[in-house]
Design a protein around this ligand. Structure first.
Ligand code: ADP
Ligand code: XUL
Length: 555
């Protein structure tokens, strides 16, 4: 297909991904081929912050990350690219992806620190006093049940809040985190001039000023009116006084945040014309990176969290799952489920049962037949989101046809333990995705995230969902999506230039995707077909497991 008018032939698009455990980069050329990648793990690359899995776990289910670690990681990952002679001067636009919901509290006076960044010193040295609190609450936190209840009550109940903002109140969502900070550390709240999400925080570093929160990540706060994409006064007032002034304006994901700050021009050699495009959340970016646009497709992202998402045009948010605006098409939305016990919980089982080896873990899973000899496991190392249950591990044997026939079991052998966690997690995803109206069976499942490299997990995904499984060449769809969104923004701005008016709706995202050449990062490959007999047999296990899950959750 011919390149779209005005497409910068030599230009590169950079996508960063500030995730829970790491910071990653994907750079694309104009034919959407990957020209560079880079990744640093917070625990090992920045040990001075003392994180485990990128976070600090505190008492009472409190989980935070040191804000300054993310600042230092940005310099570090760019320095790594520089060491690899990456041509920063060719970057036409840069965007990014942030773990959703996490919040940063800028201290009074921080804006002028941002505006006057000097290349002679590091970002961390210059911003070390820029935060009202050094600890950013992140999505793994579940310490705000009280504040969730207060916000839901003030707005008229959980369903009302879901209709208004796309989700009922969740402990990790930003509103309850802000309310807790306001209640427990009023002087921190008082001394905070601006609250950013991880996404808008990272964009702020790149432009040297406060960047807007985009609509898609903004919907992960319980503060935005999902339909009007403006702050919802009832939710804002229920959260904390004087909050709207600290949140700034919301903006579309395809909008430009500004030009890159001189710090990055001088230090790394970016062009001063390089545009910083609004960042968004990791799930919206993955949604863009996997080009999810067909209603029959669903994506399963197996990162630190496990998420399942699909596309809808007319959402009806309820008590389960979330709805966010589509980051690349204002006429539709993404629906999503999120599990806290994803990769780290699988990793725990691997470490106990499979000598800390993913290969051995996969072999053990494949040693047992699908259905796991009627053994069911529920593995919650962390308090779970879906269903909302405290941490704990429960195992059952169920030879009969209903959950009433199940008997508790204290342990499984290694192979059954490995299959139990994989089957259990995927069966839960299928059951809940069906409940919120995602297609069943889907036309196809697109897998991404660290664990999508695991063939035993991929094979079970195909059999549980009963459809083909596709994957992109890389496993980091979030930074890929960010790079594609950077390109999309550039097209939108050029389109607005052509007719002289702001372009609403934006240029179709498919105009970006149409530039993909052979070997492009966006091309998906079928990696597994289902065994439909096994899919059929999973029906019984699905019913039993769902009933057991309801018992465990007391629902
Ligand atoms: P995030 O972006 O949320 O930080 P990633 O998508 O990078 O997370 O995934 C990281 C996780 O992937 C690690 O915690 C690890 O447990 C898991 N992982 C990596 N390789 C494999 C594998 N072969 N099988 C299963 N899980 C894996
Ligand atoms: C989504 C969620 C996680 C984080 C980190 O609601 O909490 O997926 O975005 O990946």
């Amino acid at each position: 297909m011919a390149p779209v008018l005005g497409w910068p032939e030599e230009g590169l698009f950079l996508g960063l991904d500030s995730s829970t455990q790491s910071m990653k980069v994907t750079a694309l050329d104009s034919s959407l081929k990957v020209v560079a990648t880079q990744a640093i793990q917070f625990d090992s690359a920045l040990p001075q912050y003392g994180t485990t899995d990128g976070v600090h776990r505190g008492p009472n289910s409190q989980v935070t990350s040191p804000t300054l670690m993310w600042v230092e990681a940005l310099d570090l990952v760019l320095a790594r690219l520089q060491e690899a002679s990456f041509p920063f001067e060719r970057v036409a636009a840069v965007s990014g992806s942030g773990q959703q919901h996490g919040s940063v509290y800028w201290a009074n006076g921080a804006r002028s620190k941002l505006q006057s960044l000097r290349p002679s010193d590091s970002l961390a040295a210059q911003l070390k006093d820029a935060f009202a609190t050094p600890a950013s609450p992140v999505w793994m936190d579940s310490s705000t049940a009280k504040q969730c209840k207060e916000i839901e009550d003030a707005v008229g109940g959980p369903l009302e809040l879901a209709h208004l903002t796309g989700s009922r109140a969740y402990e990790r969502f930003t509103a309850s985190q802000i309310r807790k900070l306001y209640q427990q550390q009023p002087s921190v709240y008082e001394h905070c001039e601006r609250i950013s999400l991880v996404s808008s925080f990272m964009a702020s570093l790149l432009i040297g000023d406060y960047a807007s929160i985009d609509f898609s990540d903004g919907a992960g706060m319980n503060l935005m009116d999902l339909r009007s994409k403006t702050w919802a006064p009832a939710a804002v007032q229920a959260t904390a006084p004087g909050l709207e002034a600290k949140l700034g304006e919301l903006a579309p994901g395809h909008g430009a945040a500004g030009k890159i700050h001189d710090y990055f021009v001088k230090k790394y050699g970016f062009s001063e014309d390089c545009t910083v495009v609004n960042w968004s959340g990791d799930n919206p970016n993955s949604f863009a990176g996997l080009a999810l646009e067909k209603p029959g497709d669903i994506a399963v992202s197996l990162g630190t969290s496990d998420t399942v998402f699909g596309v809808v045009s007319d959402p009806n948010p309820g008590l389960e799952g979330h709805v966010f605006p589509n980051p690349v098409d204002p006429s539709s939305y993404m629906t999503m489920l999120c599990y806290k016990n994803g990769s780290l919980t699988r990793q725990g089982v691997r470490d106990r049962c499979a000598d800390k080896s993913w290969e051995h873990f996969a072999e053990l899973v494949q040693q047992v037949s699908p259905g796991n000899d009627d053994l069911h496991g529920f593995y919650y190392d962390e308090p779970e989101i879906l269903p909302p249950v405290p941490a704990g591990v429960l195992r059952f044997e169920c030879k009969g046809n209903s959950a009433e026939d199940a008997t508790p079991v204290s342990s499984f052998d290694d192979a059954h333990e490995c299959r139990a966690i994989v089957e259990g997690q995927l069966l839960s995803m299928r059951a809940h995705s069906e409940r919120i109206g995602m297609p069943s069976p889907p036309t196809r499942v697109i897998v991404t995230g660290g664990a999508s490299a695991n063939q035993a997990i991929v094979a079970t995904t195909a059999d549980v969902f009963g459809c083909d499984v596709f994957a992109a060449a890389g496993t980091d769809s979030a930074s890929l999506g960010a790079a594609l969104r950077a390109a999309h923004s550039l097209l939108c701005s050029q389109a607005s230039g052509r007719d002289g008016r702001p372009h609403v709706p934006p240029s179709p995202f498919s105009d970006v995707l149409s530039n993909a050449a052979d070997g492009s990062a966006i091309l998906l490959t079928k990696i597994r077909s289902p065994d439909m007999k096994v899919y059929g047999e999973y029906g019984k296990h699905l019913t039993i497991r769902s009933a057991l899950e309801r018992l465990i959750a007391g629902m």
